[in-house]
Design a protein around this ligand. Structure first.
Ligand code: LLP
Length: 449
């Protein structure tokens, strides 16, 4: 069975974010089922889901309440469209989302994944100014090493050269300011200062032609779990408001309790004009995403048809009833079980568990907010010299971790640890043990000094 599936996988499937030449040379991991925070491959071997199946799992896998929400909805209808009509779960979910979101966000526009929620955010921000007659405000600000998804608009505001460089001729060009990276910018104060001063001078010169700034609030994920010092997001939001530029918060990775608040913006008491959410929205079950906006944004599109202010955007599966039903069940379960409050508690626990890793000879920095963590490995701890990308140190650590029963994906030299939000203290400890051993195994042979 495994051999057959493996052969067919190689023959037919092109995997995302994967160099297939490397991939087909190895025996693939083929997942058969999940239970709690563990995944089981077709041979029956168990693994901790140490990256929440790409940062989205909340209650674990195969959760009875979530399964039931889907089967109950399935008995009604699997899909009907939101184009010009409504369905029951999408209405109830929208109400719930607005109740949970930072106060001031009041309308929900559905889509299917993080990139499309971002794409919609960008188009809305652009058209907002067009609809208001300020047609010169058309450009965007993004941040160094940003990642917002892989569609063309989302790629345009992406700033990770490895992912984005090749597409440059296809893309629009935003202004790029630095994301604060205290470890490599001489500490928190200097890093925040660099961000705010470049934002302010850009706004002084060009705010009249800028529609919006897009930000990964508090944690910049795909760049390596880089964390904004407290207060930085608030200052960014204040500057943007002062210069009449919209704030788009991309909460795709950080939303739904991941950082210890329902949304990361809440750490700094920030209410964005537009907020993109996905991943954890359905507990990690089905592809549903949403773009939430303030009444002010919505109003700029609300007009007589002849004024041509309609937002002409939508997807066939927008507002999918199965997805919305499980999202609603997920959010109810999160509330009933106090998941977000528990994440804040577990974060303290995880911080203690990760502390001893700081003493390892090749651990340069450990960054963590809630249950979202990254361990940055360096060749030389003194000089912070990175490992050469071609050594694929992160990948090697994750391969060993997989053998030891934990799955995660590296981001270059950063080991990602994003466990399901329901992981218990014991499970967290066991997962950190595996990560520690894996880092030691790979980097010990490297320590020749
Ligand atoms: N925005 C943020 C902040 C994200 O972190 C992501 C995905 C997206 C948008 C896009 O959401 P999607 O379209 O995937 O639903 N490529 C890396 C990590 C990607 C992490 C997923 N984040 C890797 O190879 O592991």
């Amino acid at each position: 069975n495994y051999a057959e599936l493996s052969a067919k996988n190689k023959q037919y499937v092109w995997h995302p974010f994967t160099q297939m030449k490397d991939y087909v040379a190895q025996e693939p991991l083929i997942i058969a089922r999940g239970e709690g925070i563990k995944l089981f491959d077709v041979n029956g071997k168990a693994y901790y889901d140490g990256f929440s199946s790409v940062w989205l799992n909340v209650h674990g896998h195969n959760v009875p309440e979530l399964n039931q929400a889907i089967t109950e909805q399935l008995d009604q209808i699997a899909h009907s469209t939101l184009l010009g009509m409504a369905n029951v779960p999408s209405i109830l979910l929208a109400e719930k989302l607005i109740n949970l979101a930072p106060e001031g966000l009041s309308k929900v526009f559905y889509s299917d994944n993080g990139a499309t929620a971002v794409e919609i955010s960008l188009k809305m921000a652009f058209q907002y100014w067009q609809n208001r007659g300020q047609t010169g405000k058309y450009s965007f600000i993004t941040m160094n090493n940003a990642y917002h998804g892989d569609t063309i608009g989302a790629t345009s505001v992406g700033a990770i050269p490895l992912y984005h460089q090749v597409y440059k001729p296809l893309l629009f060009s935003p202004h790029v300011i630095p994301y604060p990276y205290p470890y490599r910018q001489g500490g928190e104060e200097a890093a925040v200062q660099a961000t705010l001063s470049s934002l302010e001078s850009l706004l002084k010169e060009r705010a009249h032609e800028i529609a919006a700034m897009i930000v990964e609030p508090v944690v910049q994920g795909a760049s390596g779990m880089i964390i904004m010092p407290d207060g930085c997001l608030k200052k960014i939001a204040e500057l943007l408001r002062a210069y009449d530029v919209l704030l788009i918060a991309d909460e795709v990775a950080t939303g739904f309790g991941r950082t210890g608040k329902m949304f990361a913006c809440e750490h700094d008491g920030v209410v964005p004009d537009i907020m993109a959410v996905a991943k954890g929205l359905t507990g990690g079950y089905l592809p549903v995403a949403a773009t939430l906006v303030t009444e002010q944004i919505y109003d700029a599109f609300f007009a007589d048809y002849e004024e041509q202010k309609t937002f002409f955007h939508g997807h066939s599966f927008t507002g999918n009833p199965l997805g919305c039903a499980v999202a609603l069940a997920n959010l109810r379960l999160m509330e009933e079980r106090g998941v977000v409050e528990q994440v804040a508690q577990k974060a303290i626990n995880l911080d203690q568990l990760l502390e001893p890793l700081r003493d390892l000879p090749h651990v340069g920095d450990i960054r963590q907010k809630g249950l979202m963590a990254g361990i940055e490995l360096v060749r030389d701890k003194e000089t912070k010299e990175p490992y050469h990308w071609n050594e694929r140190i992160g990948l090697r650590v994750c391969q060993i971790a997989r053998e030891k029963g934990l799955l995660t994906r590296p981001l270059g030299n950063v080991i990602v640890f994003i466990p399901p939000l329901v992981s218990t203290p014991e499970e967290l400890a066991d997962m950190v043990r595996i990560l520690t051993e894996s880092i030691q195994d790979v980097t010990t042979g490297e320590t020749e000094e």
